[in-house]
Ligand binder design. Structure first.
Ligand SMILES: *[C@@H]1O[C@H](CO)[C@@H](O)[C@H](O)[C@H]1NC(C)=O
Ligand SMILES: *[C@@H]1O[C@H](CO)[C@@H](O)[C@H](O)[C@H]1NC(C)=O
Ligand SMILES: *[C@@H]1O[C@H](CO)[C@@H](O)[C@H](O)[C@H]1NC(C)=O
Length: 338
């Protein structure tokens, strides 16, 4: 018994030492960013970008192209289609997945190679139409800018006459996002659930949230356990919230903490609408306990929700590791997803 107490005390001290060491870490240096006096960010490391592949005469299994959503905000989407939808099945209707990329609300775009490659693999594996949304980033445009752009993209899809979108079945639409994009898919979902008539004939069947980025002022057990995580240690996630949340709110604001005040009231509407919600996570991700809390909250609210949690892993694994992406694709291939 006493031995156990000593071990616990030592590990608490080690944990504390880790937090102290970590708080000395400079998240700006780690992320290669400089916050300018005018509130903009200089991003010294832009991740690799990929162009779309719009040419149907090339033998690529997936074609893609970029279209402007709102010129004044520089927002746009990249649409992906299985090549054979153009060639052999001109009238077939494929499920529509609206995808929101990750990057802590401050990095990346729909052209980032990392997310582009994921979308290509997803379209190939699931034979669906994907619309990947390029939303405005923080801190130049703090939340709710990304949410507004993401909802605006749904209105744009509804109104678009683009021939590629004729291959999409608007009654089988899923909102999907990874990390910050998972947060965006969730919040955009809450927003459109309040006005489903306005996006008709687009009909949302559900949300697929891949390691969604949420936070809160009180540290979760997995955040403490993995505070020194190599991928997203606490100083980095703290800084991402500081740069993206509206000025003057803390991490218990509704954008970062979906459990405040017992959850958004519109969840009752989502239950009535019968949306399916899937949450992917893994034990090696500091965010995993918040993701479990979200699943619990949705379950309490009577929403059809499933948590897909895996051993080990890290933040980003479902996009970065093709063998884990398959877990997501297998879910998409089921219709309805659960
Ligand atoms: C903000 O400051 C940065 C760095 O000095 C500069 O490059 C950028 O043009 C400025 N942006 C605006 C909108 O003033
Ligand atoms: C584009 O965004 C601006 C600024 O939010 C808005 O006033 C305008 O209505 C939008 N345009 C379209 C075509 O939606
Ligand atoms: C975030 O903002 C709070 C309050 O302004 C500040 O105390 C904290 O040091 C900031 N954290 C980071 C990582 O910038």
């Amino acid at each position: 018994m006493r031995g156990h107490t000593v071990v616990t005390a030592v590990s608490v001290i080690l944990m504390y030492a880790a937090i102290v060491a970590n708080s000395a870490m400079d998240p700006y240096k780690a992320l290669h960013i400089i916050l300018n006096p005018n509130g903009t960010l200089t991003r010294l490391n832009i991740s690799p970008q990929s162009p779309p592949s719009p040419d149907p005469t090339l033998p690529t299994p997936v074609v893609s192209k970029d279209l402007t959503v709102n010129k004044s905000k520089h927002t746009w989407v990249r649409i992906y289609l299985p090549h054979k939808a153009l060639d052999y099945f001109p009238n077939s209707k494929l499920p529509l997945i609206v995808f929101y990329h990750g990057g802590g609300f401050i990095f990346d775009s729909a052209a980032s190679t990392y997310f582009h490659d994921f979308c290509v693999r997803m379209v190939h594996a699931t034979q669906s139409v994907v619309v990947s949304v390029d939303y405005r980033l923080a801190p130049e445009h703090r939340l709710p800018a990304a949410y507004e752009d993401s909802v605006e993209a749904l209105h744009w899809i509804k109104a678009s006459n683009d021939p590629w979108l004729r291959h999409a079945d608007y009654s089988r639409c899923y909102l999907m996002g990874e990390s910050a994009g998972g947060n965006i898919a969730y919040t955009a979902g809450l927003r459109v659930a309040a006005e489903v008539d306005k996006i008709k004939p687009l009909k949302i069947e559900g949300l697929i949230l891949i390691q969604p980025f949420f936070g809160g002022t009180k540290r979760s057990p997995s955040e403490i356990r993995l505070s020194e995580d190599n991928t997203i240690p606490l100083p980095i996630t703290d800084l991402m919230w500081n740069l993206s949340l509206p000025v003057g709110v803390d991490r218990d604001y509704k954008y970062s903490n979906p459990t405040v005040n017992g959850g958004d009231r519109i969840l009752d509407e989502i239950k009535v609408l019968g949306w399916r919600v899937a949450v992917f996570g893994c034990e090696g991700d500091p965010l995993v306990d918040r993701e479990r809390e979200l699943v619990k909250l949705l379950g309490h609210k009577g929403v059809h929700v499933v948590g897909k949690f895996y051993e080990g892993g890290r933040h980003g694994i479902f996009v970065g590791d093709p063998s884990m992406s398959v877990k997501v694709f297998d879910l998409v291939k089921k219709s309805p997803i659960m």
